[in-house]
Ligand binder design. Sequence first.
Ligand SMILES: C[S@@+](CC[C@H](N)C(=O)[O-])C[C@H]1O[C@@H](n2cnc3c(N)ncnc32)[C@H](O)[C@@H]1O
Length: 252
Amino acid sequence: MSEAVTAAFDAGAGRYDLLVGLNPGYHDHLDAAARALRQGVRPGASLVDLGCGSGASTAALLRAFGDVEVLGMDASAGMLAQARAKRWPAGVEFRHGLAGSLAPTLTALVGGVLAAYLFRNVPESQRDAALADAFAALEPGGALVVLEYSVAGSRRAAWTWRGVCRCVILPLATLTGGNRGLYEYLERSVLDFDTVPGFCDRLVAAGFTGVESRTVSGWQRGILHVIRARKPLSGQTPPGEAAGTPDPRTQS
Ligand SMILES: C[S@@+](CC[C@H](N)C(=O)[O-])C[C@H]1O[C@@H](n2cnc3c(N)ncnc32)[C@H](O)[C@@H]1O
């Protein structure tokens, strides 16, 4: 993430929970992503919440999995401070770090990685390396779930997204004293992010199999997506040769 983006998240950290609380469905969508991860992870396995922010996605993991070890990792010290200020069970830990630097820091491979609203913030030039790192962090059979906005490739989705940003999100950010720059960045980062099939291709190239995506219901249909992928059970499938991978272009 660029220093400017880190600075924007640091500056917006104090109002982050308030603003996402005004987003109808924000926590429900985190819960849906966490449940999608639960379906792909063996019981008892530990988890990583990559780009954990203020801990909203970490809390969703706890709701979905119950008693579980979670490592939350984030590049913004301000967002991590918000997360650490909350009460967490003993198995939850937070660490400062960039996506792409996870695997070498782990003492054991993990069963699941959730990346909620993270990957559009990872610079395009670092996205493949961050996915390769998540792949390396997972035990064989482990799962990655990505919850992310993507509107590229759909004019309707892009126009809806622009309209909601200009008419709802930016005015609300201003009214509630949030960091306007962060929400201007939010609009741009979504418009500029990969298409869903393009992101799924990155997953396959990183070695993931069973890549599947679905969009959410409600006004974010076609805008917000849950993408799940698995590290193959046996051996390391060579990147780009993920046999039997369903066509990720098919969305349900
Ligand atoms: C939109 S917030 C989402 C936070 C949380 N996952 C949630 O669902 O509420 C994105 C978070 O990703 C973090 N982030 C952005 N780019 C990152 C990167 N390259 N490495 C690690 N964290 C990053 C930001 O600091 C921010 O806390």
